[in-house]
Structure formats: C-alpha cells, structure tokens
Design a protein around this ligand. Structure first.
Ligand code: FAD
Length: 160
C-alpha cells in the first residue's frame, strides 16, 4: 500500500516498512516500486502537493542520451529511461510529444565539441544521429540569435 502523509498526522502514527522523504519524480518512483514489491510505504512531502519543485520546473526534455559520458551508469539509465518513459506514457496515459532533438554549434570550437558529442552518443547506443549544416532561415534565426547562418547541427529524429 502507498500512503501519503498528512500534516495533522503524528509521528507516532507511522508504521511503515519504508518512508520516502520527498515527493518529486525520484521519491514517487521509489515509493511506487517499494509499494509494488509489497512493502508498506509512505512518501512524505513538505509541500501541499507532490512535484512542486525540480520535477515540474525543468525543461521537460526526454534526453536522447548523447550527453552522458559513455560507459557510465547515467548513460545506461538515460537510454533505458527514454524507452521506458514512452512505454509508461502509453500505460499511464500521460502525454509525450516527439519533436526530435537538435544541438547546434555556434563557433568553430563548438563544432569540434559537437563531433565529440555525436561520437559519445553513438558509443552510448543512440541511433539515428545525423550531422547537418543548417541553413538558418527566418524562424529559428529569430529564436536563436546566436546561431550562425550556416550552423553545424546534430539532429535526431525522435523515435523509440
Ligand atoms: C532547471 C532544470 C532543468 C531541468 N531539465 C530537465 C529536462 O529537461 N529533462 C530531464 O530529464 N531532467 C531535467 N532536469 C532534472 C530533473 O528535473 C531532476 O533530475 C528531477 O526532477 C529530480 O527529481 P527529484 O525527485 O530528485 O527532485 P524534486 O522534484 O526537487 O523533488 C524533491 C522533493 O523533496 C521534497 N523535500 C525536500 N526536502 C524535504 C523534507 N525535508 N521533507 C519533505 N519533503 C522534502 C521537495 O519539496 C520536493 O518535492 C532539470 C533540472 C533543472 C533544475
């Protein structure tokens, strides 16, 4: 059973196998899987509602997996987490939008970094990374004033 703590409850009322402190994405996920494994679990949250902090005040990006250093736990979890997120969005009926990923280099130095980033992505197992020389037209130019007219970009079509 997964219970939520109410501020009027006394500490002596606690009788749980697991107490998770913090009801953001990480705490709720930990609480969910503990409860699913049959542990009597409570998630305590200091705000009135869950996910009032980083988990709802972020950029909302499902990272493709080319940023984490290859061979690290973070890179593995990023790749696994991405497909898990799409599966869960269908199972739990929350919306995800597949808009693709683009990283642009705005200087020659950044272009060298971009090539390393693409190589890291491929070592991490990210498929479908393409390098393209973008001819910037009116739309992204207005949004991204630091981009050069012919910025080198990594582009990845969003897929599972
Ligand atoms: C600016 C920004 C942009 C980001 N963009 C992205 C992105 O695009 N994609 C992505 O995947 N990740 C992104 N992240 C990272 C992601 O948001 C975090 O990794 C994730 O939300 C962390 O979840 P959390 O549960 O650890 O933390 P939080 O969501 O911050 O949850 C922690 C909870 O613990 C509670 N708490 C703290 N102390 C106590 C206490 N003593 N008692 C009770 N409750 C307590 C807090 O109130 C809070 O609700 C971004 C992060 C930031 C800051």
């Amino acid at each position: 059973m997964l219970a939520t703590w109410k501020s009027e409850m006394q500490l002596t009322e606690f009788d749980y196998d697991v107490v998770v402190v913090g009801g953001g994405a990480v705490g709720l996920s930990a609480g969910y899987y503990c409860a699913e494994a049959g542990m009597n679990t409570v998630v305590v949250e200091r705000h009135e509602r869950f996910c009032e902090e980083a988990s709802t005040h972020n950029s909302g990006v499902l990272h493709s997996g080319f940023n984490p250093e290859p061979g690290t736990l973070k890179s593995r979890l990023n790749i696994e987490g991405l497909s898990l997120m799409y599966r869960k969005s269908e199972e739990w009926k929350f919306r995800t939008k597949k808009v693709g990923t683009m990283v642009a280099a705005t200087t020659k130095q950044e272009e060298r970094r971009l090539l390393l980033l693409k190589a890291d992505g491929e070592r991490n197992g990210v498929t479908g990374l393409e390098l393209l020389r973008l001819r910037v037209t009116t739309y992204p130019w207005a949004l991204m004033p630091t981009w050069r007219r012919r910025s080198l970009c990594i582009w990845r079509m969003s897929r599972r």
